[in-house]
Design a protein around this ligand. Structure first.
Ligand code: PHE
Length: 330
């Protein structure tokens, strides 16, 4: 019996100790057997033997409890070690997304014109020749209708080459007065440093009774708009031509890079062209069935604004999805 103590002390795992517990203290264990054997001990010796047995039982119990505490502490330590978390480990911040610079630029443009009470209109990207060309006074023979510039579908439909067809759609479903802008994607067969086959425009249109909308109104709002977008720049209107406006103008701002001195970006002219505009051509009003009205229209390229506002030299880099570029706009 005595070597049980050694065995308990030598136990190396809780399982081993449990097996010993059953063998020693169990119902059919050695102690139970020893107590049962008391029957055969002569009565005179019983008190001595019983005392010895009880002492043995107590010391076995003590050894067992001590071993159990030791093994449990060891198991706990092992578990803590295996589940340890290294709080000093480097953890990267979660990446947060951001709007594309073209979209934030678009938002700023929209914000300006909504503050001036312009409504927002949209139109389909797949257009027909009537809305994209014909109603805008772009006759059949006009070079803009050439396959070279326009993406055509087999059924004669096309990807809109500008947002101007939304002028037509809005006038055909609404009566004047109209004061609207229309932002959206447009498509042209073009690809170089300053052109991508898809880009974005914001169209503007204001129509009211004849005499109520003048070129002076157009000039005022575009000047105010360009000052809001680009700050303290000079603005100039240059006579130009668009089939759907008469008279027409292109609008320049003084170069924001060289302050009008002349540099590479402005081709040494000191000016940057930023939009096209004019008074709506009478033929356009005729096409949508409007009479006795006057109006102005303008159109601008959002990428061009984004490039100038963020000083991005290559337009194509906006669409390559390179995070090194895009992350600068978070
Ligand atoms: N639609 C013209 C373009 O894409 C821009 C424009 C719009 C010019 C409205 C005048 C008036 O170049």
């Amino acid at each position: 019996m005595e070597n049980w103590i050694d065995k308990i002390n030598a136990a190396d795992s809780l399982e081993e100790l449990e097996a010993l517990r059953i063998a020693i203290f169990g119902k059919k264990g050695d102690l139970a057997k020893a107590f049962a054997n008391m029957k055969s001990v002569p009565p005179a010796q019983k008190p001595v033997v019983a005392k010895e047995l009880n002492q043995l039982k107590n010391s076995l119990m003590k050894a067992y409890e001590a071993k159990k505490r030791e093994l449990e502490a060891r198991a706990l330590e092992a578990r803590l070690a295996s589940e340890a978390i290294d709080v000093s480990l480097y953890s990267p911040r979660p990446q947060s997304g951001a709007l594309h610079p073209v979209m934030t630029t678009m938002d700023r443009i929209i914000e300006y014109f909504s503050s001036m009470n312009f409504s927002m209109e949209t139109g389909p990207l797949v257009e027909d020749e009537f809305h994209n060309f014909e109603a805008l006074n772009l006759p059949d023979y006009h070079p803009a209708r050439d396959m070279q510039d326009t993406f055509y579908f087999k059924d004669g439909k096309l990807l809109r080459t500008h947002t101007s067809p939304v002028q037509i759609r809005t006038m055909m479903k609404q009566k004047p007065p109209i004061r609207m802008i229309s932002p959206g994607a447009v498509f042209r067969r073009d690809f170089d440093l300053t052109h991508t086959p898809q880009f974005h425009q914001v169209e503007g249109l204001m129509v009211d009774e004849k005499g109520k909308v003048s070129f002076a109104n157009l000039k005022w709002i575009l000047e105010d708009f360009l000052h809001t977008m680009f700050g303290d720049v000079d603005v100039r209107f240059r006579p130009s031509f668009f089939p759907f406006t008469e008279p027409s103008a292109e609008v320049d701002i003084s170069c924001i890079f060289c302050k009008g001195e002349g540099c590479r970006v402005c081709s040494r002219t000191g000016w940057l062209e930023v939009l096209g505009c004019g008074m709506v051509d009478p033929n356009v009003f005729k096409a949508v069935g409007y009479e006795n009205v006057s109006g102005y229209a303008f159109g601008l390229g959002v990428e061009r604004f984004a490039m100038l506002m963020h000083q991005i030299p290559d337009l194509r880099s906006l669409f390559e999805g390179d995070l090194r570029l895009l992350e600068q706009f978070q």
